[in-house]
Structure formats: C-alpha cells, structure tokens
Design a protein around this ligand. Structure first.
Ligand SMILES: [Mg+2]
Length: 416
C-alpha cells in the first residue's frame, strides 16, 4: 500500500502557524507587493470565498473583502517543509518527496492492512502537529498505488484521511470526475472525450489499446494498470542535469558583469550537484543577449565535481561569446552520473580540487552562502536571489541554491 500525504493550503497554513492573528481568517499569499500580482496560495477560509491560486489582487478583494494578503516568505516555507520531514521521520521512513508539500510512504509487510495503515496515518498527522505546528494539517490518501493514493488524498480536505482498498476498485472511483485524477487536465480530457470516455466509469472500463491511443503511447498503458490498482514498473527518470538561469538586473547586463553572474550560477549548480552526489560530464553555457538570438556553447568532460576545473571550462566557453550586453545567462551541468557509477579523480590535482570544493560547500553551509567564494564572482555574489519554491524542494542548508530554480531550469523572465 502507498500512503500519500499532502499538506493543506501549505504556504497560507505556515503563515497562520507563524502569525496567530491570521488563524481562522481568509489569507492569500502574494509573491510581491503590487496590485497587478495574484495569489499563489490561499487559506481554507479564503478558498471558501472562491479564492484560488492565480486569483488577482483586485478580484481577491472583491470576492472576499476581509481577506489579508501576505507577502510570501519562501525561506519560512522551506524551513517548515524540513520540520515536517523531521516530524514524519519519527513515525515512518519517507519514500518520496514530490514537492514542498507532498510526500509518499511505501507501507510494507505488517503495515499493509488497512487498520494498521490508518494508525500510521493518524500518527503522521499527530507528529506534524506536535513537531512542525498545530496549524499544519494534511490530507492523507492510502491506496494500492501512488496515483490512487494521491487521488485519495484529494478526496477529503482539509485534514482528510481516505483509504481506497483494492477490493473497492473500480466502484469507489466511479463518483470522481475524470479530471479528479492527478495528471488528467484539459488536454488529455479532451483526447479522452474523442474516444468516447467522459466519465470515470467509462475510463475504468476502457481497454488497454484505447487508453494507449488516447494518451498517445505507453502512458496510456500505465494508466490502465493504475486504474486497476496495480503499480506498473516505470523506468525511473534519472537526474540528467542541474542548472540555473538568471535574468540579469539592468546594472549587471554588461558582458563582464554577466560573466561573474555565470560564475556564481556555476558555483551554485556545482554545490547542488556535489550535495546530491552527482558528477557532471557536460557543461553548457546559455546566453540570451539583449535584442539578439540566444547563443549556446558546451563542452563534454570527464566526470567532474571540481569547481576550479568547471570554472576553467566556463571561461573557455565564455571567451568567444560576442555580445556586449546580456539579458539572461544560464549554466547547466549535464550528463550527470551518480557517485557510485564514477571513478574517483585519477590525478592528484583533480582530487585536491574536488576536496577543496567539498570543503567550501561545508563552510558555506555552516556560515551562510558566499561566506567563501571564488574571486571572479565577487561582483555577483548576491545576485540570483532565492525564489519561491513550488515544485522542487530546495535544501535550506545549501549555499543559496536558488529556491525553485534548483535542478529545474528557470524560464527566462521568471526572475526578472
Ligand atoms: Mg497541498
């Protein structure tokens, strides 16, 4: 059985936890303090008034005159996330962390019977209340596979607990709309319609070839098995790259200043990569000049964790770039291989540099980001601020890994 845990109205609940005067009140979280922005999260009390993610500030005030709009504090949400992980870890080992407010657990052996699974769920909820805060509530779904467990976690909010047992499949699902399943949004719903599938009853009865055609491939086959309560084997996607992009503030757009931002991004990405135990075999530099097409250069490498060597290669890549003014710069470490799959550096020099990099990481983790850094990034050491984490889970103890940028390439414009 899989247990899926989803925090309710996470950002807003963290604010209500930290600021007691917000408890029980409609709260919207906004990413910046201007009238053109929109809510990125809403408390349950605000949802009651129809406030959703994406709801504009003016609309929010119209729908809910008493709403309090709170400026997002990503660092606090990350801290709360780690507190929650600490809390649930006292009860059961986490199997997967899927976003800042979602995680799953594989219940095995004697923990599989429903009565025991429910007991674990209640203990997880209690541990979160005790250790992370009484205002942090979660909805838990328990089912034979993760897709159904996530679906179940959405069936009762807030503070829900829903179990879907194999013996109740598919009947238990029939009341759901097909878009209640995670991953079925407008696009795939419309495709399903074309195959005559409008209801969950029809979806559960559809043949494997039909679903394969509707999804346009193997994903349809996976859905066929998910809907039967099975967990098909899915080849796990390996982390293939790790990078950052940054839209430059106007004062950093001269090429030389942009170069120091690129160095900072490399430093961040390399620290992240080492922290996760990866080595890269490719370094890519992306440049979006002001008013000119993008410019890309890359170099293939022997497995490398060494920032000094990476900086040297970045320098080589940078030299031929012809633009005087740059709008956006990106650095990606690609072709990642795991520690266990790579040989340690052959040469004494490389070994020393790799050790140096790890030592700098430790110092930065302990004393705050950019306590120690490479001379060339001096100009830009405070650029590339932390952003709001949505789907990735940044680690607080890393030297400013860039919030939602960590491991996911930020889209140009996201940080303007
Ligand atoms: Mg949630």
């Amino acid at each position: 059985m899989v247990l899926f845990l989803d925090l309710n109205s996470f950002f807003a609940s963290v604010e209500q936890q930290l600021q007691p005067h917000l408890r029980g009140r409609p709260v919207g979280i906004i990413p910046n303090d201007c009238n053109s922005t929109c809510c990125i999260a809403a408390s349950y009390e605000a949802k009651h008034f129809g406030i959703k993610t994406g709801c504009g500030v003016r609309e929010a005030h119209e729908k809910c005159p008493g709403i309090t709009l709170v400026l997002a504090r990503p660092d606090e949400y990350i801290k709360a996330h780690h507190k929650i992980l600490e809390a649930v870890d006292t009860i059961y080992p986490v199997q997967g962390v899927h976003s800042i407010d979602e995680m799953s657990f594989n219940l095995t052996g004697p923990d599989q019977p429903v009565s025991r699974a429910r007991e674990i769920a209640m203990q997880l909820k209690q541990a979160i209340r005790d250790i992370a805060g009484e205002y942090l509530r979660c909805s838990i779904g328990i089912a034979p596979n993760r897709m159904l467990a996530k679906t179940a976690s959405n069936m009762m909010k807030p503070d829900g607990l829903v179990v879907i047992e194999r013996k109740d499949i598919p009947k238990r699902l029939h009341g759901l709309d097909i878009t209640d399943f995670p991953g079925i949004a407008d696009g795939i719903r419309n495709r399903l319609h074309r195959y005559g599938i409008h209801t969950t009853y029809q979806l559960c009865r559809a043949s494997k070839p039909t679903l394969k055609r509707a999804w346009g491939g193997v994903l349809g086959e996976i859905w066929y098995h998910w809907l039967k309560g099975d967990e098909p084997h899915i080849a796990t996607t390996k982390r293939r790259n790790c990078g950052h992009q940054h839209v430059l503030a106007p004062e950093l757009r001269e090429a030389e200043k942009a170069r120091s931002v690129a160095i900072r991004l490399l430093h961040k990405a390399a620290a992240r990569m080492r922290y996760e135990g990866f080595w890269c075999t490719k370094l890519t530099l992306n440049i979006k000049p002001v008013e000119a097409p993008s410019w890309v250069a890359y170099v293939n490498l022997e497995p490398c964790q060494d920032t000094v060597r990476l900086l040297h290669h970045l320098d080589q890549l940078w030299k031929p770039q012809p633009h005087a003014f740059i709008f956006c710069v990106g650095v990606t470490l690609g072709g990642l291989v795991k520690d266990t799959q790579t040989e340690q550096p052959l040469f004494e020099q490389d070994r020393k540099h790799t050790n140096l990099a790890h030592t700098m990481d430790k110092i930065n983790r302990k004393h705050g980001h950019a306590s120690i850094y490479y001379g060339a990034m001096h100009q830009a050491k405070d650029s590339a601020p932390r952003r709001i984490p949505f789907t990735t889970v940044p680690d607080l103890d890393l030297p400013d890994t860039g919030g939602m940028g960590a491991f996911k390439q930020d889209q140009p414009g996201a940080t303007a």
